[in-house]
Write a protein that binds this ligand. Structure first.
Ligand code: CP
Length: 316
């Protein structure tokens, strides 16, 4: 007889709430999903009869589309909610919006929101499963999971590995979630960026901080280039684009400072010529499109595990 997996019915709000066993189960399931995606018929019925609402209160291409495809490939019905076409614009509160959607018998809400803690609030308010698709600068757990899944595919083991995060750390939910996940596996984490774009508490996360990208890159195995979040910059926090590119842009010359087999990851969307050079963005050492591909498989795994109580590690 099958027993419910450890993630069944759980909200996915941040990395800290996941055990190593949970994470390994997600990766194992994502591997199965990825094989399924390569088959002629991608669609399955693991989530037949389930309804998922993609509640996106901020723009997104990768996360929203991959969650939509993930749900549909698993046989669920998926509704995309966008703020600009909703009654939020008529003054309906976020809480009332959540309760309204819950009344329609959805099984999961995938939430992206500009405010830190919005996913926790939604989880406290709602009975359906809540998956955090990015809340302000707080967390983007599904991005961290797909990033690590991609690095694993490249054969990397994180224990003791020098991993560098470069750029706009202050506004980056990706940086926070990746640091939390990489710490669980014992990585040696270094961060680098303009002093105005380093979070004040960053050292308390157990990372080494560098002012010069050249120092950070020395011997690095993984380079996580972050997007400069131009839409979140407050006056005076960001040097000019030209100065930023001069001091911190990831380019071919700087890449030579890292390990010869170093892997560059970037959550996207990319600002070419600002945080990453044109030719480096899709060069041999980047995994950007592999990350996007794996986003579908990892999100399929998360939806399947949280919404299907019959799934266990042997369901393939
Ligand atoms: N990485 C990421 O979250 O991209 P989107 O904003 O396009 O979803």
């Amino acid at each position: 007889m099958r027993c419910a997996n450890s993630l069944y019915g759980k909200d996915i709000l941040d990395i800290s709430a996941l055990t190593l066993a949970d994470i390994e189960l997600i990766f194992q399931t994502a591997g199965i999903m990825k094989r399924r995606l390569k088959q002629k018929i991608k669609k399955s019925s693991y989530l037949k009869g389930k309804a998922i609402i993609n509640l996106f209160c901020e723009p997104s291409t990768r996360t929203r589309t991959s969650f939509e495809l993930a749900g549909k490939y698993l046989g669920a019905d998926v509704i995309n909610f966008t703020t600009s076409a909703s009654s939020l614009l008529k003054g309906e509160s976020f809480r009332d919006t959540l309760l309204t959607l819950q009344s329609m018998h959805c099984d999961a809400v995938v939430l992206r929101h500009p405010v830190e803690g919005a996913a926790q609030f939604a989880a406290r308010t709602l009975t359906p499963v809540v998956i955090n698709a990015g809340d302000g600068a707080h967390a983007h757990p599904t991005q961290a999971l797909l990033d690590l899944f991609t690095l694993r595919e490249k054969g990397l083991k994180l224990s003791g590995l020098k991993m560098v995060i470069v750029g706009d750390i202050l506004h980056s939910r990706v940086a926070r979630s990746n640091i939390a996940l990489w710490k669980k596996y014992g990585a040696d984490i270094h961060v680098c960026g303009p002093a105005t774009l380093l979070a004040r508490d960053i050292e308390s996360l157990g990372v080494t901080v560098h002012e010069r990208i050249e120092d950070a890159l020395e011997g690095a195995a993984v380079i996580n280039v972050l997007r400069i979040q131009l839409e979140r910059q407050q006056k005076g926090m960001f040097p000019s684009a030209r100065e930023y590119a001069q001091l911190f842009e990831m380019n071919e010359q700087r890449l030579k400072l890292a390990r010869p087999d170093a892997v560059i990851i970037h959550p996207g969307p990319i600002n070419r010529g600002l945080e990453i050079a044109w030719q480096t963005a899709y060069g041999n050492q980047t995994a950007i499109l592999q990350q996007v591909e794996n986003g579908v498989a990892v999100r399929m795994a998360l939806l399947a595990l949280t919404l299907n109580g019959d799934l266990d590690e042997n369901f393939d």
